[in-house]
Write a protein that binds this ligand. Sequence first.
Ligand SMILES: *Cc1c(COP(=O)(O)O)cnc(C)c1O
Length: 764
Amino acid sequence: MNYSVNEIAKLVEVDYTSPSVQIISHVSVDSRSVQNTSNSVFFALVTNKRNGHEFIQDLIDRGVNTFVISEDIKVVGDNLSIIRVSNTLEALQRLAANHRKKFNIPVIGITGSYGKTIVKEWLYQLLSPDYTICRSPKSFNSQLGVPLSVLLLEPNHTLGIFEAGVSESGEMKKLQPIIQPNIGVLTKMGEAHESGFDSFNQKLEEKKSLFIGCETIIEIPENKLDYSFPFSDTTSIENCSLCIMMMEALGYDKAIIQERIKSLSSLALRLEMKNGKENSVIINDGYNISYSSLALSISYLNQLATSFPKTLIISQIPETSLDDERVIQHIRSSDFDRVLVVGDQVLKGISTDTDIHHYSTTEELLNELSQFDFRNHYVLIKGARKFRLERVAHVLEQKNHRTQLEVNLNQLSRNLKIYKEKIKPTTKLMVMVKAFSYGSGSAEIPRLLEIEGVDYLGVAYADEGIALRDAGITLPMMVMNPEPGTFSDLIKYKLEPEIYSLHELDEFVKELIVADIKEYPIHIKLETGMNRLGFLSEELPKLIQYLKSQPEVYIKTVFSHLSSADDLNEKEYTLNQLAKFQEYSSILTSAFNYSIDKHVLNTAGIENYGDYQYDMVRLGIGLYGINVGDTDSEIKPISKLKSVIIQTKKLNKGDSIGYGRNTRADKEMTIAMIPIGYSDGLRRSLGNRNFSVYLKQQKCNIVGNVCMDICMIDISSLDANVGDEIEIFGDNNSVEDVAEAMGTIPYEVLTSISQRVKRVFFKD
Ligand SMILES: *Cc1c(COP(=O)(O)O)cnc(C)c1O
C-alpha cells in the first residue's frame, strides 16, 4: 500500500488533516517489528496483554511519526501525525476494508474449523503458475490477522486468498467486509461444541456469513472425486478435493488439475518439520525441486524463521538452473546465512553476507557436514530426487545419544565483562581455571580468556598447567600446589609456583640453581585465617632473610585467601583476615626494593569486599555463572548438563526398579533409562526419588538406585520417546538445586562431572 497520511485518515474514517506529505507503505501493530520507520503507521492496539500506547515514545525516538491512537498520550517529537479514533483495532479493520475496495480481482475467502491454512497454501501452490497471488501470511485469520493480510494487497496482484477464523458469534460480521470474497471455501467443520457458540448450526451459520456476496461456494463433496490423489488419508483427500473444485470453478481442465495435484505431496512433507541436532529445525524437502516448489518452501521458511539463522541446502535444479534470475531472487529474499550447493551448477549473485559452499556430490557434502554449526538454524533441504539429500537430513536429525555438558562461551564472556566492570581498570585479573576450569572443559576456556585479555591464570597442579601450555596457552600461570617432583617441569613450562613454606622454597631454589636460572617469579602465600597453606606471620623474618640471599627467585606477588567471603555473618572474621593481610604483606613488600603485587579477593570477595582489590583479584566460580553476589546480578550459568532417553519401559504395580529393588512401582508406571550414573557425577544418593531431572520442562523423579553408568526416571505422566532430551541442570534445575540435593556446594557439582562426559562448546 502507498497512502498519504491524509488518505490513511480518510480510510480509517475520521476527520483529520495532517501537514505531513509522508507516504505510508507499512502498517505496524508490534513495536518490536517496525522496520521502515518513517514510512510506517503504528496502530496502538489495546489488548489484555499489552497496550500499544506505551511504546509510542520509543517508536518516535526510532523515527516513526504516524500513529493511530485511542487513548490520551504524552509524547515529544517533531512532525508527528497522530490520528485519534475510538477503537484502534476497528480503525485498522476499516482501513483494510477500504483498501480491499480498491481491488477488482477475484478473492477467495476460506473458513471452517480445520485445514484452512493447508488449503490456502495448497491453492497458492496450485494457482501460482497463473496468478500473482496475495495470501494471508502463516495462519493470519483473526480479527487482527485478517486486516493485516488484506493490507498486503498490491496493484500487481491478480488473486487474493485469505483465511478467516472465528471463535464466537458476531465476529465474522467484522471480517466479511474486509475480505469481501467472491469465491468461498468451507473446510471441515468440527462437530464438537465450541464455547463461543450455542449450537453447531449457529457456528455453521456464523462461518458461512463470510460468503455473503460470493458467486461460488465450495464445500467438501460427499463422494470422492474422480481424480487420483497423491494421499491416502481422508483429511488430505478432503482438503485436496476442495482445491480441485476450486480449480474447476476457475476453469481449469481436468488434465491440468490432475497434473498439478501430483506435486502436493511435497508440500505435505514440507509442512512436516523435524527437530534436529543442536536445537535446529530441519525442513526436509529433498525429494523434488522445481522453481515453484522452491519459491513456496522459501516463503514458508521466511514465515517461520524470522529471527533465526537459516541454512539452505540445495541441489542443482533439473528443468531450470541455479542462475535463473527468479531462483536467485527467491534465495536472496530469505537472507540465508549459509547455502550449501550440491551438483555442478554454480550459485552466484546472492548477498555477500551469505556463506556459500559448493560440492559436486552429496557424499562430499556429507563428509564436510560436521564442520558447520547448525545451532538454532532453520535448515531447508531442497533437492532433486537423484541427489538423495534426505541423507543429509537424516544426519542433521540425528541427536546425540549421550550425556554431555554444553558450555556457552559467549555467556562466559558476558560474565567476564560483568566482573571487569566491578573491578577498577587498574586492577589485574587472575582467573582460576583449576580442575579443568571448574569442570567446564580443557583448554577451551583458557584460550578464550587469553583472547579476552585476562592477566593471569591459576591452576592447582603442574599437570594442569602443562596441559594448557601444550594447548598453546601463553598467559602467565600460577600453580597453587606444585609438588616437588614437578619443579623441573614448572621451569621448563614457565609455570610460576605458589610458595607456602620455607621447605618448599628451598627445594625449588635448588632446582633453579641446577638449571642455572636467576630471578624466577614466585608467589608467596600468607596465612591469615584460612589455616591451610601459607606462611605464618612469625615465619616472615626468616622468609625475608632467605629470599634476600637467593637471587634465583623474586617475589612476583604476595597473596592470601579468605575463608568466608561469601558469608556476611563472618564479616568480622573476614575483616580481620583482610587487616592481617594488609599488615603481613606490607612487612614483606617493604623489605624489598622492587614492586610486588598483592591480591586477596576471590569471587565472593569481589562481590562483598570490593575495597580490597589491591593489585589483582582471583576470579573463580562467578565466571562460571554461579552467582554469589546480589540476587539481581546478571551473572548466568555457562553450562547445562544434558542427557537423552535411551530406552523406555512399562512397569506393573509392584515391579521393582534397579539394583537392590529400592524403588517399587506403586501403580502402573513408565520409566526411561538415561545414560548418566554416579561415575559421571550424578551422585548415588540422588536416586529413589531424591532428585528430579527435567524432560520437556517437566519434573521426572529419579527412581531406583543410581547405577554406575545409568539411571532411571519416572515418565509415567509424560509422553516421551527414545532420543528425547533430559536436563540434569540447565534452564530448569540450577547447579545450586543439584548441590542442595547432594548436600554439597555448586563447586563440587561442577567439578565432579567426570571427564568421560563430553564437553560441547558453543556461542549463542
Ligand atoms: C579457587 C580459588 C579462588 C577462586 O575462588 P572462587 O570462590 O571460585 O572465586 C581464588 N583463590 C584461590 C587461592 C583459590 O584456590
